[in-house]
Design a protein around this ligand. Structure first.
Ligand code: SAM
Length: 262
């Protein structure tokens, strides 16, 4: 059988839910700031799916996506941007740029999702990125990033998820306790085909939540709120995030959002 292999389509179907993410962003901003957010800056935007969902969510919304790789940007333009109305398209700006460089635009909401900032392996590199985000922010801006943890990420393991027509594999290939560095891969296998290995590769440092909160403080952020993923009846993450002071559970594997204010 000759099937199309579209790595970004499979990636989106497996790991992204930007149509839900933007609702969380809108509601969280409203709760924290008491007003409506209009502008979104998506750092490490890849195919900038979140920018597209943000402008679809509100007539006053606009978005800027920043990524240094031309390939996912071109994919997003062809496959996501082209599906928007001309008015919506005009509200999105994409910059092929390095998020660590000065001169990036401000926004009500700045996001760094899918753990992209884990590529900064040294404390001073991560601090420099957080400082540059802080510098870009207005008094009423907020900065959202996701993070993960739990005992599962401190040893190699591979998780397989069955989808219609294909399997998705999240492979933690290595874990180094001295540095917290870990090598991750995404593999895919279309039905009836061999597994395609290492379609996406991530050479990361697994940052702990207290480290992140302290580095955010050092970068100048006055507050960081933790939004912890809630569980369904089987004890699995249900995609809903609630603001907590403490998680009060020690999951094998967890995901949370950190939302920081200037
Ligand atoms: C893990 S992917 C995440 C893509 C997207 N945010 C998502 O949620 O799927 C990381 C992205 O960060 C980009 N990237 C890596 N270093 C960067 C940098 N210094 N400045 C801008 N983009 C960068 C890569 O090109 C890649 O598209």
């Amino acid at each position: 059988m000759n099937q199309e292999f579209d790595k970004y389509k499979l990636y989106k179907a497996s790991v992204q839910s930007t149509e839900n993410d933007v609702v969380f962003l809108r509601d969280t901003y409203r709760q924290l700031k008491g007003k409506k957010a209009e502008s979104l800056a998506e750092d490490f935007c890849g195919t900038f799916s979140m920018c597209c969902d943000w402008v679809k969510l509100g007539d006053n919304h606009n978005a800027v996506g920043i990524d240094l790789d031309a390939e996912p940007i071109a994919y997003g333009k062809e496959n996501y941007l082209s599906k928007l109305t001309p008015e919506q398209q005009a509200k999105i700006k994409i910059m092929e740029a390095d998020v660590t460089k000065p001169g990036l635009p401000t926004a009500d909401i700045i996001v760094a999702t899918n753990f992209s900032y884990y590529l900064f392996k040294k404390r001073n590199e991560l601090l420099a990125y957080f400082k540059s985000v802080h510098d870009r922010m207005g008094d009423d801006s907020m900065f959202l990033m996701d993070c993960f943890g739990g005992e599962q990420c401190y040893s190699p393991n591979e998780e397989e998820t069955e989808h219609e027509g294909y399997r998705y594999f999240w492979d933690q290939d290595t874990y180094e306790p001295v540095t917290n560095e870990a090598q991750f891969y995404i593999h895919f296998q279309l039905d009836g085909e061999a597994k395609r290995e290492r379609v996406f590769k991530y050479d990361w440092r697994v940052w702990t939540m207290p480290e992140l909160i302290e580095i955010l403080q050092d970068a100048g952020f006055s507050k960081t709120h933790v939004y912890w993923e809630q569980n369904d009846s089987d004890g699995e993450g249900n995609g809903e995030f609630k603001r907590v002071e403490r998680a009060n559970e020690d999951c094998e594997s967890w995901i949370a959002y950190l939302v920081s204010e200037k």
